[in-house]
Write a protein that binds this ligand. Structure first.
Ligand SMILES: C[S@@+](CC[C@H](N)C(=O)[O-])C[C@H]1O[C@@H](n2cnc3c(N)ncnc32)[C@H](O)[C@@H]1O
Length: 269
């Protein structure tokens, strides 16, 4: 029996999502997102796209290439802090980290597929494309297991109001105006659902009264009083010793983080 096999990517996707924080757990279907899957210039790949243009959706099979390890039990990001068997989840931390996403097919230009919203980060290798066939692939009455209870609990209005203190507000405006960095919408969405410490949601305690949440290359510091979450400050996610070290080549938003450290040295840890 074969103990391993070799797969080769057929292409790589460009999604503008540099960090995992920007990619939702499943595609946000109502976002006006445009993503491009460019197939490699291998003989036959362009021809293999023939007849695909009549399908409005395709399945992408891809690799969670930013993951290094797997765990038999994982903590899903949604719902209570309860571990689940990884095969009962869509977690990236799998023995064979294969992702599976049905995406809108908006057009085909040569070897490029123009795609709608997706949950892949930029540069993710894609192994295969298959047409999504509603008659075979959709089972709306199928049972949703443990996710049904979680989704039902989350279906109501958000539990927490999220406010920005003046410092966090001016930092958010500066990040957007100067660096086109804006993680506020996702930050607010996550904190409004549940700001309690949670490993997968990257929420941690800082001292007695404060919490932090990881937002990709950034962090937000917040406090909670009753049902009100106040975001007090935004911080670079990386310390200066990393940002100034040329050995760490691919740190996201590096220049913006350095500028933030320079601009708000007092408020930041
Ligand atoms: C919950 S998984 C679901 C993926 C796919 N829809 C599935 O069901 O297999 C989606 C998350 O994977 C993460 N992700 C996206 N691209 C990744 C990559 N190339 N490597 C590791 N994690 C990735 C993002 O954090 C995203 O929120």
């Amino acid at each position: 029996m074969q103990s391993s096999l070799t797969l080769r990517p057929i292409g790589f996707i460009s999604t503008h999502k540099q960090v995992k924080f920007q990619a939702l757990h499943q595609p946000a279907e109502d976002e006006p997102e445009r993503n491009v899957l460019e197939l490699l210039p291998e003989p036959g790949y362009q021809q293999a796209l023939q007849d695909l243009d009549g399908f409005s959706r395709v399945w992408l099979l891809w690799w969670f290439h930013r993951n290094a390890s797997w765990r038999p039990l994982v903590l899903p990001p949604r719902g209570p802090a309860q571990r689940r068997g990884v095969f009962a989840t869509r977690s990236p931390h799998r023995p064979n980290p294969l992702g599976l996403t049905p995406v809108q097919l908006l057009g085909i230009e040569g070897r490029r597929l123009l795609l709608g919203p997706c949950d892949l980060v930029d540069g993710t290798p894609v192994f295969d494309i298959k047409p999504y066939i509603p008659a075979f692939d959709a089972f709306p009455d199928a049972g949703g297991g443990w996710t049904e209870e979680v989704e039902a609990a989350l279906a109501g209005p958000p539990q927490f109001a999220v406010k920005f203190a003046p410092l966090a507000q001016s930092q958010a405006e500066w990040l957007l105006a100067t660096w086109e960095v804006d993680f506020r919408p996702r930050l607010i969405e996550l904190l409004a659902i549940d700001p309690t410490p949670h490993r997968t949601r990257r929420i941690r305690r800082r001292g007695d009264a404060l919490f932090t949440i990881g937002c990709g290359a950034w962090k937000a510091v917040f406090s909670v009083a009753g049902k009100v979450v106040t975001v007090l400050a935004l911080e670079p996610g990386y310390p200066l010793r990393f940002l100034n070290n040329p050995d760490y080549e691919d740190l996201p938003d590096r220049e913006a983080q350095l500028a933030c450290w320079a601009r708000w040295p007092e408020q930041l840890r």
